[in-house]
Write a protein that binds this ligand. Structure first.
Ligand SMILES: NC(=O)c1ccc[n+]([C@@H]2O[C@H](COP(=O)([O-])OP(=O)(O)OC[C@H]3O[C@@H](n4cnc5c(N)ncnc54)[C@H](O)[C@@H]3O)[C@@H](O)[C@H]2O)c1
Length: 245
């Protein structure tokens, strides 16, 4: 592992971003977390930033200076406010797109000039960006756009040696699941190939690999971290989890 690698992780105060910061710190990276919440993970340098604030992101990017990886994990899921399109709460729609899509773009815009050669950007999509998710128009639209933008950025920034990949988690045990856990009762978990949600760490460890210096020819990839959920053909039964004979 080369020395003196620095990463910026937005949404790094908790959840998948927090676990990514922990993973990178364990591997010897210097980590800066950006979050609208006031506390980062121990060992990281924390900056209170709302990712919708373009000027503040540029200010912090200039303060931090050269980095090797940017992870855009800040995001919201206002799904409980969604419903059929005619009932969709327009404020929730705009807020979701502002944070998940425009916020991601503003992070790339602010930090890209400071990313060293052979650096990496890892965006956070979702299985909702590559498949259907019920009554979540704003969230689905924002994540589909992040997937599309990741591919464009991978091509645009390749000439500068910067790799851009998108990690698309399935349902993961974080604060984002608060309020919707009842939908993941034992009964519906069996609809997932592994019959459980992902841990934060299982998603973070994939992000950390993409930040690293080994995956130098991997760019424009959209990687589901969903235990096989999107690989499954709807309606096709799959073997239930069981003790191996
Ligand atoms: N948890 C899941 O099931 C799941 C599944 C697929 C994709 N994702 C995506 O992964 C990313 C991380 O989600 P998570 O599950 O860790 O959620 P989380 O709620 O645990 O963490 C999200 C973090 O983003 C921060 N944040 C939100 N809005 C912000 C803003 N405007 N400015 C700065 N920080 C802001 C929050 O303070 C929080 O620390 C999100 O983009 C989310 O859409 C999560």
């Amino acid at each position: 592992m080369p020395e003196n690698l620095t990463a910026v992780v937005t949404g790094g105060a908790m959840g998948i971003g927090g676990a990514t910061a922990e993973c990178l710190l364990e591997q010897g990276w210097t980590v800066h977390t950006l979050d609208r919440a006031g506390k980062g993970v121990p060992g990281a340098v924390h900056h209170v930033v709302d990712v919708t604030d373009a000027d503040r992101q540029v200010e912090v990017a200039t303060e931090i200076g050269k980095i090797n990886a940017l992870v855009t994990a800040a995001g919201v899921n206002l799904r409980p406010a969604d419903g059929p399109a005619q009932r969709l709460d327009l404020d929730a729609w705009h807020r979701t797109l502002d944070i998940n899509l425009t916020g991601t773009m503003l992070s790339v815009r602010a930090f890209y000039p400071h990313i060293a050669d052979a650096g990496a950007i890892v965006t956070l999509g979702s299985v909702a960006g590559i498949g259907a998710m019920t009554w979540a128009d704003g969230y689905t639209a924002s994540k589909g756009a992040v997937v599309a933008l990741t591919r464009s950025w991978a091509v645009d920034y390749a000439r500068y040696g910067i790799r851009v990949n998108c990690v698309c988690p399935g349902s993961t045990e974080t604060g984002m699941m608060d309020g919707v856990r009842e939908a993941f009762s034992e009964e519906s978990r069996v609809e997932l190939p592994q019959q459980r949600l992902a841990t934060r760490r299982e998603v973070a460890s994939v992000i950390a690999v993409l930040c690293g210096t080994e995956t130098t020819y991997l760019s424009g990839a959209v990687i589901p971290v969903d235990g096989g959920a999107t690989a499954n053909v709807a309606g096709m039964p799959f073997p239930r989890r069981r003790v191996r004979e």
